[in-house]
Design a protein around this ligand. Structure first.
Ligand code: ZN
Length: 245
């Protein structure tokens, strides 16, 4: 079975549309999303409608929690706060209820899907040190899944644990999952990449081949930027899309 893993769409309809086209071309059987469906960009309702149409299994991100009114943006920076409060005003009641219905983590077959860290939506996994307790928590979960997919960092990452030692894979295009190791993997961001490559990021996990394939896809950044400016959102949010920062 091939699963498409996406994350951090952040209401970027142009990027999500381009990614969905690629996912269909790859013949993925299911789409899962590691949270932050909205925030930053200008098409929250359109993106949520598309994710529901495509029956994507989603978990709740920190921006989703604030946009839906579950939390306040107390620890958000100025740009993120402006965008998430704008999003809160835009959401239809149907889409707000959809966000409220999302779990913070979800077991899907042989992996677990979560946003920031296991049992903590807001905490980043950027470096090996951040992953130590996440690997422990992975082992404590029912069935002790050897694989977790996460988001929040907007950076493609693959951390590998064996005998308590954690290493970072310098992932390029594909990663083979070996049986005696555990993996925490981020596909990078669909709607606001921050690793210097402005193209939308996602991955395909093939559980029969036991391989993860990382992908990037170009999208119409200009149209997305125009919508951000047109909506009165901070211009910096439009600029950063073309830098991938
Ligand atoms: Zn995010």
């Amino acid at each position: 079975m091939r699963t498409a893993v996406i994350s951090d769409i952040h209401a970027n309809l142009e990027a999500l549309t381009a990614v969905m086209e690629k996912i269909k071309a790859f013949g993925a059987h299911e789409i899962v999303c590691a949270g932050d469906l909205v925030g930053y960009n200008a098409d929250p309702n359109e993106c949520l409608d598309m994710l529901r149409r495509e029956k994507a299994r989603c978990v709740l991100g920190n921006h989703d929690a604030v946009a839906a009114g579950l939390e306040e943006p107390n620890d958000f920076n100025v740009l993120a706060r402006a965008a998430v409060l704008w999003t809160r005003e835009q959401l239809t009641e149907h889409n707000r209820q959809f966000l409220l219905s999302l779990p913070r983590e979800q077991r899907v077959r042989d992996f677990i899907l979560f946003h920031g860290s296991i049992h903590d939506t807001d905490r980043y996994i950027l470096y090996r040190n951040d992953a130590v307790d996440n690997f422990q928590l992975l082992g404590d979960l029912p069935g002790s899944p050897a694989l977790g997919f996460f988001g929040h960092t907007h950076v493609r990452t693959a951390l590998i644990e064996q005998y308590g030692i954690i290493s970072a894979s310098l992932v390029t295009e594909e990663l083979e999952l070996l049986p005696d190791r555990r993996y925490l993997i981020s596909p990078g961001s669909v709607g606001q990449p921050r690793d210097g490559d402005p193209r939308a990021a996602f991955l395909i996990y093939d559980d029969r081949e036991r391989k993860v394939y990382f992908h990037r896809v170009e999208y119409d950044i200009r149209t997305c930027q125009d919508k951000i400016i047109g909506a009165g959102l901070p211009p910096r949010l439009a600029e950063r899309l073309e830098w991938g920062r």
